[in-house]
Design a protein around this ligand. Structure first.
Ligand SMILES: [Zn+2]
Length: 245
């Protein structure tokens, strides 16, 4: 009995030592912040379903990867806290999962992946503005984010001056994600740069994925389906696996 116990303990210790790569999976929004709204679904729930499915695939298939979630249920987590979780864990990779939306009757289809940087197109700025605006639900956000106004275009000038040492690896990861989405039959909306606060505060390669358009009915149906969640999670998992190798 004792020998078995010691053996089991040693195996567990060995497995822990082998976990040389730490992945943080960030399901965007949560709790009082629903994110973008569709006709039936809420962004926060789609993000969480895909994030948990990605984590399960990694845990089942990549023994040497330790998975940390910024949230595993429907709770509100501040943007800078999400980044702190990754920094504290000295993570090797940070993947933030979101769902896109368009104003009015505009229709959109497909998936896109962002890395941190200065937007080159108004569309990209619009996505960053929408995703960053969640800080207005946080306490003292003006102090905590040093006067950053997520809705004012002027605030985004800081991203122009910023040097991102992880840029190259982040773009490589983002390109792998888009390649996998293409293989899964998703319309490829490309790799872009924009000023996302959650990416700015992380100190490792990172990207922010927009899975699809919750405001376009056919897309919303896909995002809410088991098939959609599973295909999107598979694609993200494959990209992480390839990035790591
Ligand atoms: Zn979002």
């Amino acid at each position: 009995m004792l020998r078995q116990f010691i053996r089991a303990t040693l195996l567990l210790a060995a497995a822990a030592m082998l976990q040389s790569f730490t992945l943080v999976i960030d399901a965007g929004h949560g709790g009082k912040d629903p994110g973008a709204l569709g006709r039936r679904g809420k962004e926060k729930n789609i993000n969480l379903a895909v994030a948990l499915a990605v984590g399960r695939l990694v845990e089942e298939n990549l023994e040497d990867v330790k998975v940390i979630y910024t949230r595993q249920k429907d709770v509100f987590v501040e943007l800078d806290e999400r980044a702190r979780i990754a920094n504290r864990a000295k993570a090797d990779l940070f993947v933030s999962i979101h769902t896109n939306a368009l104003p009015g009757r505009a229709q959109g289809r497909g998936s896109e992946t962002y890395t941190l940087g200065m937007h080159r197109a108004a569309d990209n700025l619009a996505v960053a503005k929408r995703e960053n605006s969640v800080i207005t639900l946080e306490r003292d956000y003006q102090t905590r984010y040093e006067g950053f106004d997520p809705r004012s275009s002027e605030s985004y000038i800081i991203f122009e001056l910023m040097q991102d040492v992880n840029m190259e690896q982040s773009v490589r990861l983002a390109s792998l994600v888009q390649k996998q989405f293409r293989s899964a039959g998703r319309p490829d909306k490309g790799v872009h740069q924009a000023g996302f606060l959650v990416l700015r505060a992380t100190s490792m390669p990172s990207c922010l994925i927009e899975l699809g358009y919750i405001t376009t009915p056919a897309e919303e149906n896909y995002l809410l389906s088991d098939r959609g969640v599973s295909e999107l999670a598979q694609a993200i998992y494959q990209a992480i696996r390839k990035y790591k190798n």
